[in-house]
Write a protein that binds this ligand. Structure first.
Ligand SMILES: O=C(O)CCC(=O)C(=O)O
Ligand SMILES: [Fe+2]
Length: 241
C-alpha cells in the first residue's frame, strides 16, 4: 500500500507518460471512467495493468517508485494464489468438479491501483459509480479510509476497512458460471473532503477468447411432455432453466 501511495505522490510530469485513454494499453494511468465522453467525471485516478503471467507484463509497469515492480509483483503473485484458493473452495461449495476454475477460466489477471484524492464537494460526484465487476472474482485491499459501499436490499452500506483483510467480490462471470447461485454485488465508492484513499484491486478473469456459460452441473434439465391427442406425435421438449 505504501508503494501504491508513493506512486500517486510522484510529480505529475513523472506520471504523465503513463497517461492513456486507450483501454487496449497493457499498463495505463487514467482518471474517472471515460473522461472524453462522460457527463460526470468520477473522483478517481487509477493505474491499471495486466499482472499474469507476471513475466509477460511486468516490463510495462512503472519504473518509479523504484521498488514498484518488486513489491507489486510479489503482491500480485500472492494475491493470485489466494484468489485461486478461494475459487477452489467456491468450486467445492457449488459441487463442481475440482479444478473447474483452473486454466482458461482464471488465466487472466488485472490490477487496479485506485486513488481517490480529497474531494472539495463530495455531494457533486462519486469516486466510482454503482457497478458490479465484470470479471470472475475480485480481491480488494483497502487499508484505513472509508469509501467503499455495497448495495443490499436497496440500501447502501459502508464496508469498514479491517486491518489485514481483503474484500472479496463475486463478479459477473462467477454469477454466470454458477447459474445465479452466486450473485455479483453492486458497489460504489464515495469521496470525502479530508483525506485521500488508495486501494489495490486484483481482478482474476477468464482468457479473452474463452466462452462463458453456466456450468452444466448447475443447469436443471426439465423434461416437458406436452399433453396432446395423439401420443405418437408427442415430442419431448427439454428446457434448460
Ligand atoms: O476502490 C474501491 O474501494 C473499489 C474499487 C472498485 O470497485 C473497482 O476498481 O472496481
Ligand atoms: Fe468494483
Amino acid at each position: 500500500m505504501q508503494i501504491a501511495r508513493e506512486f500517486f505522490e510522484l510529480p505529475t510530469e513523472e506520471k504523465a507518460s503513463l497517461y492513456s485513454e486507450d483501454p487496449i494499453q497493457s499498463c495505463r494511468l487514467y482518471t474517472s471512467i471515460d473522461h472524453a465522453n462522460e457527463d460526470v467525471h468520477y473522483w478517481r485516478d487509477t493505474l491499471r495493468h495486466h499482472s499474469h503471467p507476471l513475466q509477460e507484463h511486468i516490463q510495462n509497469w512503472p519504473h518509479k517508485p523504484t521498488r514498484y515492480r518488486d513489491v507489486m509483483g510479489s503482491y500480485s503473485v500472492k494475491v493470485r494464489k489466494l484468489g485461486l484458493m478461494l475459487l477452489d473452495l467456491i468450486c467445492t461449495g457449488l459441487g463442481l468438479d475440482s479444478g473447474y476454475f483452473n486454466d482458461e477460466l482464471s488465466s487472466g489477471q488485472m490490477m487496479a491501483i485506485n486513488h481517490y484524492p480529497p474531494c472539495p464537494d463530495p455531494s457533486l460526484t462519486l469516486g466510482l459509480p454503482k457497478h458490479s465487476d465484470g470479471n470472475l472474482i475480485t480481491l480488494l485491499y483497502q487499508v484505513d479510509n472509508h469509501g467503499l459501499q455495497v448495495l443490499k436490499d436497496g440500501q447502501w452500506f459502508g464496508l469498514e476497512p479491517l486491518p489485514n483483510a481483503l474484500v472479496v467480490n463475486i463478479s459477473h462471470m462467477l454469477q454466470i458460471i454458477s447459474n445465479g447461485k452466486l450473485t455479483s454485488a453492486d458497489h460504489r465508492v464515495v469521496t470525502n473532503k479530508r483525506v485521500a484513499r488508495t486501494t489495490i484491486a486484483c481482478f482474476i478473469h477468464p482468457s479473452h477468447d474463452c466462452q462463458n456459460e453456466p456450468a452444466k452441473a448447475l443447469v436443471d434439465m426439465m423434461i416437458r411432455i406436452p399433453l396432446c391427442t395423439s401420443l405418437l406425435n408427442t415430442k419431448a421438449s427439454i428446457v434448460a432453466l
